[in-house]
Design a protein around this ligand. Structure first.
Ligand code: ARG
Length: 596
């Protein structure tokens, strides 16, 4: 039995009868005290539940004292004591810790108990727009969405990774006009950033259209042609897509992000375009879908809970929402997205919080249509990005080019480590960590110094901790001590250690306790769609490991049986830490380095 479960069961059996009836063992919250001198676990249960038995006990402390007394009778190897107003602290004997150490999972596969989930998950993220800059919001979506997809996969879901590219819409009419009037296709194709060229043309279109209204009519005409499948319109539109994707794919490559759907391209808005006419006709069968002024078609919500959602304009044009509805209906119809028992998939959209209202409207509509039920459509929102150094500000009308951000991060990292290849990995880790470590819904102020700080809570800090662990293990191996050898196990060591009656240091106990929590934290992060929980956990583990590393000479000259036992135990602890750090970082989408 896991130690926490064991504690909860024993605590629950120690409660006064009246309380025992009201409290489930699982409800009992155990915490790890900051200072391990107080104990290895603590609970505030007596304070929390005192009101329920206030007639029988003079104070929470008195209640705690009774629990401690009963507990002690059952679990003599665990020392319980009352502290403060009624905290109960538990101190485990070394022998229990050796046992916990012996039972730690020793391979990546065992770290997280695989539960097979029959329901499938589609995580849709990144979703930049063709012929527009891949912006910092898309970067956040890419990083957070990828980590959340990994979390689902880690706990045993089958995950589909989709990219809902903005590759359709009336703006392509304008883009085509601009290319034809002022653009040079070959110059765009050979430019370092075709998207930048397309954006210039698009801006020019708007400037010119202020003087010359007829340009807008021309754009509408070209969009109609595009819809009708006109060859020239399709050719230019396709070029815009190819140019943009070649640029976006470079970003994905640098980030190490891959999509699984539509051969890795993702199902963009245009994929659903052929389905839109039928969809609109179907939708019109519902009495909450009505024609409004000027012939526009809209979805109306009961009691005007939300503003109506337009699905077709008066001139017949479809909208972003129409294509989202088509995508979600189509997803419902795909056999491979169905769960093993035929369940509908869970679909997660990682999109900025500025689209919150829109996604509420969309999900509500899909429930009213009977397509999905609550909880099957999830909006994973991220807050805005702000820049602290005014140089890169969107408000001044400047576009932030993602490749420039990545280059700058890489140059900064290279200053730190002096090596190009290392700097690549380090800079991406820094950027990703900076995004993942905090509640993603809050706005982020982007700050280079914070991102690349080696001391604080940063990507490089984590990579250094991991590389440090690996270098100790490599050094040990050079000396002929290979603790990664599968013939040697924690179990064998711990029996010897137990027999030798060695004491365990508080820091070692704290690390072991942290290690035991890994799977639980991954599951929590997944359930709450919150990679920050896993970051917090890994940062804590890395900090504990760094203190440990600074305090003890792990590979000191070992003479005598006891010293050898202790050295091997510590090396195995380092191995466990490195395993959890690597697995955890990989789940976050962060690549590790063996040396740094
Ligand atoms: N292309 C959109 C944008 O850049 C994001 C798309 C989000 N996904 C969706 N299913 N609507 O704002």
């Amino acid at each position: 039995m896991q130690i926490e479960e064991q504690l909860r069961t024993a605590i629950s059996a120690s409660l006064p009868e009246k309380l025992a009836k009201l409290i489930n063992p699982e409800e009992i919250v155990l915490e790890q005290p900051k200072d391990s001198n107080f104990g290895d676990f603590s609970t505030n249960l007596a304070m929390l539940k005192y009101d329920l038995v206030a007639d029988d006990f003079a104070s929470p402390r008195e209640l705690a004292a009774l629990i401690v007394k009963n507990f002690q009778l059952q679990q003599p190897a665990i020392t319980a004591s009352v502290a403060g107003f009624g905290f109960i602290n538990f101190k485990l004997s070394d022998s229990i810790f050796w046992q916990i150490f012996a039972d730690l999972p020793q391979s990546e596969a065992e770290l997280i108990p695989a539960t097979k989930h029959s329901q499938k998950v589609i995580v849709e993220y990144s979703s930049p727009n063709i012929a527009k800059p891949f912006n910092i919001g898309h970067l956040r979506s890419t990083i957070i969405g990828d980590a959340v997809a990994n979390l689902y996969q880690a706990v045993g879901y089958q995950v589909f990774r989709d990219n809902h590219l903005g590759d359709w819409g009336t703006q392509f009419g304008k883009q085509i006009v601009a290319i034809k009037k002022w653009g040079d296709e070959e110059a765009i194709a050979s430019s370092a950033s075709p998207v930048a060229e397309l954006v210039k043309l698009y801006v020019k279109f708007h400037q010119e259209a202020e003087q010359d209204e007829s340009l807008n009519d021309e754009a509408r005409w070209w969009f109609k042609k595009l819809e009708a499948g006109d060859q020239e319109a399709r050719r230019l539109w396709q070029r815009c897509i190819d140019w943009s994707l070649s640029e976006f794919n470079k970003i994905y490559q640098r980030l190490g992000v891959k999509f699984t759907e539509n051969d890795g391209r993702g199902y963009g808005e245009s994929f659903f375009e052929p389905m839109l006419n039928d969809l609109i006709n179907d939708l019109m069968q519902n009495d909450f879908v009505k024609e409004g002024e000027g012939g526009a078609k809209l979805i109306f919500y009961p009691n005007d809970q939300y503003p109506p959602l337009m699905i077709q304009k008066g001139d017949g044009a479809t909208l972003y929402a129409t294509r989202d509805l088509a995508a979600d209906k189509w997803r419902l119809e795909q056999e491979r997205y169905r769960g093993d028992q035929g369940e509908r998939p869970i679909i997660i959209n990682e999109v900025g919080s500025e689209q919150s209202l829109y996604f509420q409207q969309l999900y509500q509509a899909e429930e009213m249509l009977g397509w999905y039920q609550p909880g099957e459509r999830l909006h994973l929102k991220h807050g805005l990005y702000r820049f602290s150094d005014g140089k890169m500000s969107t408000r001044k009308g400047q576009v932030i080019w993602l490749n420039e951000v990545l280059d700058k991060a890489q140059a900064k990292a290279e200053e730190l480590c002096g090596d190009r290849e290392t700097a690549k990995v380090l800079s991406i880790a820094a950027l990703k960590w900076n995004d993942l470590k905090r509640n993603s819904q809050l706005a982020v102020t982007f700050n280079w110094d914070e991102v690349l700080n080696l001391q604080g809570n940063s990507g490089p800090y984590l990579l250094y901790a991991y590389a440090r662990a690996k270098s100790i293990l490599a050094k040990a191996k050079e000396q002929g001590i290979d603790v990664s050898n599968r013939d040697v196990s924690n179990k064998r060591d711990s029996q010897a250690l137990l027999a030798a009656n060695l004491t365990m240091e508080p820091l070692e106990k704290a690390i072991i306790q942290t290690l035991t929590n890994f799977a639980k934290v991954v599951q929590q992060s997944q359930r709450q769609l919150n990679p920050a929980l896993l970051c917090q956990y890994l940062y804590n583990l890395a900090s504990q490991f760094n203190s440990f590393y600074n305090k003890y000479q792990i590979l000191q000259d070992s003479s005598g049986e006891e010293a050898i036992l202790r050295r091997d135990f510590r090396l195995r602890l380092v191995l466990q830490v490195s395993l959890v750090l690597k697995t955890g970082l990989n789940i976050l989408g962060i690549e590790t380095l063996e040396h740094l």
